[in-house]
Design a protein around this ligand. Structure first.
Ligand SMILES: Cc1ncc(COP(=O)(O)O)c(C=O)c1O
Length: 312
């Protein structure tokens, strides 16, 4: 398992609608929309040395997701930042911290699906945990071992992947498959059979493009966001490539492209960049962390030291 219980999180104080409550006592109503129907939106944020990396991008994605779900009240950016600051201060946290911020449609007057039953305003949960990057992996280790899931990612006409909502069952089913296969995580395809992303992260490959062109320049490649969320780490990697003259394209990738890549890595706030060593039993590249993955990981870590919104 990639994650373990961290003793430092024994006495966390969790912020629920502005109230800070010990993790053993914290709870929400059985009438809350999250319990009733997973009717909420969320963001994962990471604190680096007192600052949150890409805070405004995350809060903006939260707002856009809540608006798409037609929430009638959405806390302002400043209100959200205030609650985040309060939570970090209460837990005396400033580095190696992951924050999960969840906004549900709130409690209902009676059990049911209809948003008109929600008359109390939204529920805001700020959960901050000591959690260094989950997948951060030493060069020289074997990298992530992935398998391809039989569960497909929805296109926007089934459920728009750009709503970052709390219905994670699709991802959990894919993770169940990964566990059954002894893999670390699962790759998920779109309805056409092209790569969408992994169950909780985006996926990049590095290989010459077009293949067989005789041009051996490594090109960083990632699927479009037709069937995955507009990832903030994903966009950061695309921007870093742009700023450093590294060729990078978004395109449809079949599993043949992926199996034959020289390098493969995943991206996400929880684990930054993590290199992939094996997929469906095939060794990727030469089975070691590739030069481009290493370079982009270093550029990413440098950026997290330079950028961010101070919250401690
Ligand atoms: C399904 C899914 N894919 C990928 C990601 C990674 O996105 P980000 O880089 O914005 O953390 C997330 C993170 O929340 C996610 O939920």
């Amino acid at each position: 398992m990639l994650q373990q219980f961290n003793e430092k999180n024994n006495d966390l104080k969790i912020n629920i609608n502005g109230e800070l409550i010990h993790r053993d006592q914290a709870g929400i109503s059985p009438f809350d929309s999250l319990v009733q129907g997973g009717d909420g939106v969320w963001e994962g944020l990471r604190v680096y040395n007192g600052s949150i990396f890409k805070l405004d991008e995350h809060l903006e994605r939260l707002r856009r997701s809540a608006k798409a779900l037609a929430f009638t009240q959405i806390p302002s950016r400043d209100e959200l930042v205030e609650e985040i600051k309060k939570t970090l201060a209460a837990n005396d946290m400033n580095d190696g911290v992951h924050i999960r911020i969840t906004l549900s449609r709130g409690t209902k007057i009676t059990s049911g699906m209809d948003p008109r039953l929600n008359q109390a305003g939204p529920t805001l949960i700020v959960l901050a945990e000591h959690k260094p990057p989950v997948y951060r992996d030493a060069e020289g280790s074997s990298g992530l071992n992935l398998c391809t899931s039989s569960i497909r990612r929805f296109p926007p006409d089934c459920m728009d992947p750009n709503i970052h909502h709390n219905n994670l069952i699709q991802s959990i089913m894919a993770k169940v498959e990964a566990n059954a296969n002894g893999a670390d995580d699962a790759l998920m395809l779109d309805r056409r059979g092209f790569l969408a992303e992994a169950n909780a992260t985006h996926v990049f490959i590095v290989s010459p493009y077009p293949a067989h062109s005789g041009n051996n320049t490594p090109v960083v490649q990632t699927p479009t966001t037709a069937a995955c969320p507009e990832g903030i780490t994903r966009q950061t990697i695309i921007d870093l490539c742009d700023e450093n003259d590294i060729p990078c394209i978004e395109r449809d990738l079949s599993m043949t492209h992926v199996y034959n890549a020289d390098e493969c890595f995943t991206t996400g706030t929880m684990g930054e960049l993590a290199w992939v060593g094996k997929i469906d039993g095939r060794v990727i590249g030469d089975g070691a962390m590739g030069a481009m993955t290493k370079r982009l990981s270093e550029l990413f870590v440098e950026l997290t030291k330079r950028e961010g919104v101070r919250v401690v």
